[in-house]
Structure formats: C-alpha cells, structure tokens
Design a binder for this molecule. Structure first.
Ligand code: GTP
Ligand code: MG
Ligand code: ZN
Length: 316
C-alpha cells in the first residue's frame, strides 16, 4: 500500500515521517532514489510530502517526493557546492533576532526579507528577549519596529517571559506551517518550548566571549503543534546567503526602492554609482533608511563576489 506523509525529522540517512493521523514512522530512502534536483545537497528535507510503503519490520521506505510548493534553502557549508534545503512547504517564515544577546542585526533581517519574497514565503520579523532591553536600547527597538512596519512587514517583540507575546505567536501559527530562521542563540528553540510546553527541546547558552550562541540545534525539525499547524526549528545560521539572484533584481525586493527606481536614468542602474539615480536621491533625502541602503549594497557586493568566484556571471 502506498500512502502520503510529511517529513518531520531528517538526519541525512534516516527520516521520521508523520501521517495525516499524526502517527509517526521511521523511514529511509531506497538505494536508487531518483534525485530530481541535483543542485541540492539533501534530496529530502523537513517539510517534504512523500509517498511511502511499509516494510515487514514496520519501517517505511520513501518511494516518491511530491513537488514542493516552496522551500527555504541556504548555501551548503563545509566547502560543499550547491544548496541545502532547510525546510520545504512552508506558509510563513519568521526571522528571529534578539535584543543584545546576540546583538540585533538589521542586515540579517533584510537578507531574509528579500529571500522570503523570492521563495514565496510570508515573512514576519521577531525581535526576541525584549526583557533584556536596557533603557538605552528602547530607542533602537522603537526605530526597528517603525522601520519594518512602515515598509509593510509584520514585526513582533517577544520574550519567553512575556506570556502575551507567546500567545500572539500561537495565534499567528495556528493551522499553518511556520519556520524560525535566525542566528544561533537568539532563542528560536526557547520560543518553541514556550509555544508548545512539553516539547522540551535542548537550548543553549550564550558565550561570554563572543556574545553568540553555541549551535545547540543541529538538525531542522518540524514540530506538530497541539493547537494545529507545524513549526520548524532550524539550526542557527550566521549569514543568510542569497541564492538565484542577479544583482539588478535585488532592488525589486526592497519595497521602498521598487517604485522609485523607475525614475533612474539608466534602466540597468545598480543604485550605487550611476548619475541620475533616483534611489540614491531618495536615500540622501532620508526616504530610504541608511540601514536598508547599507543592506542593499552588501547584498549586491556579496552577489558580485559570488559570481566572480564561480565565474557564473551572466551578461545582459
Ligand atoms: N532573557 C531572555 N533569554 C532568552 C530568551 N529566549 C531565549 N533566551 C536564552 O537564550 C539562550 C539561547 O537560546 P536557544 O533557544 O538555545 O537559542 P537558538 O536560537 O535556538 O540557538 P541555536 O539552536 O544554537 O540556533 C538560552 O540561554 C535561553 O535561555 C528570552 O526571551 N529572554
Ligand atoms: Mg535552537
Ligand atoms: Zn538607480
């Protein structure tokens, strides 16, 4: 018999899959599983919907992977080529940052927002650990809140010590598949443990030296939520790489640049050095936030570096 299930854990050789009725099976891939997309380092990711059959010993064999509605990928690590799929088939992606430990980085948020749009995932910005906010942080937090709200993004201030914020997260997650993406130590797993008490996944500490987390979560996992829906917790990532972009496309994913750039003198303006650039004008006039323009330049530069190193630059 052949049935469908969803992959909720993956170690690379074994998978844990969950059926519609929420029963769970251990599964593996047959030796000659066809890899449809060889660009990816993991053929099956958490969130994938698969067809499977059951062996005599009660374990399952994955026969087929269903076409993905979407996926969130990152560049492969450890010098490997290609992409690693963090999670597949998600409705919304939450980019998680924290106040102070580690420090909030708008550059990380901005990269995620650009990528989420390209991946067709609804984004939400989460700033966690607001209980740690000192008096001098209040202004920065308010500014970050204003900035993303004015751009049309949802932003939520949370703390595992603030029940109202946890309840708000539950409401947003109900009946949906959501994923936490963020650096190590910002509190992704802690939030999960608060949202779904009883889950009790291990959390880490923050290094006194680097003010960073210690990569406590090492594999992505999809948690079925008792109130409906799924939440994927992922390992912390230092930087969110940009994939599948051409430099000129990036500004299309900045809501505050998208329309302005039609006034640029050159149609292929990169908004960095060209005369008659409407985006630079808007930035100088204060209509585009400095942090956002910086993020934009960083993204263009890292794409150019990438294309130089792989020699894949397309000419147009
Ligand atoms: N003060 C405060 N500390 C928090 C909060 N949320 C998490 N922490 C602490 O932050 C540390 C790291 O939390 P984790 O949940 O392991 O962070 P993570 O994002 O899952 O990290 P990785 O799994 O390494 O990616 C732990 O010591 C938590 O107790 C919060 O809202 N307020
Ligand atoms: Mg974690
Ligand atoms: Zn321009």
């Amino acid at each position: 018999m052949n049935t469908t299930a969803r992959v909720i854990q993956s170690t690379g050789s074994w998978y844990r899959i969950m059926k519609e009725d929420r029963t769970v099976l251990d599964a593996r891939l047959p030796g000659k599983f066809r890899m449809k997309d060889i660009k990816e380092t993991n053929p099956i990711a958490v969130g994938d919907i698969v067809n499977f059959s059951v062996n005599d010993d009660g374990t399952a064999v994955i026969d087929e992977i269903k076409e993905r509605q979407n996926k969130i990928t990152r560049r492969a690590t450890h010098g490997r080529k290609g992409e690693h799929v963090l999670v597949a088939n998600v409705d919304q992606g939450f980019v998680v940052q924290s106040v102070n430990e580690p420090k909030l980085r708008t550059g990380f948020i901005d990269r995620f927002l650009v990528t989420a749009e390209a991946f067709s995932v609804d984004p939400l910005v989460i700033v966690n650990k607001i209980d740690l906010g000192r008096e001098e942080d209040a202004e920065e937090i308010a500014h970050v809140m204003d900035l993303y709200e004015s751009l049309g993004y949802g932003i939520l201030l949370t703390s595992i010590y603030d029940d109202a914020s946890i309840e708000e997260l539950r409401n947003i997650m109900k009946e949906k598949t959501s994923v936490f993406i963020g650096p190590s130590g910002v509190g992704k797993t802690s939030l999960l443990n608060s949202i779904e008490p009883g889950i009790d996944r291990p959390i880490g500490e923050i290094s006194k030296f680097s003010n960073k987390g210690k990569h406590t979560t090492t594999f992505a996992e999809l948690i079925p939520l008792s109130f409906g829906g799924f939440l994927a917790d992922t390992p912390g990532i230092r930087e969110f790489g940009l994939i599948h972009f051409e430099a000129w496309e990036i500004s299309l994913f900045f809501p505050e640049m998208k329309d302005v750039q039609q006034e640029c003198r050159y149609y292929n303006c990169t908004h960095i050095h060209e005369p008659g650039c409407a985006v630079m004008e808007a930035y100088k006039d204060g209509h585009i936030a400095a942090s956002r323009y910086d993020s934009y330049i960083n993204m263009v530069e890292s794409l150019e570096d990438e294309q130089k190193s792989t020699g894949s630059r397309k000419r147009g």
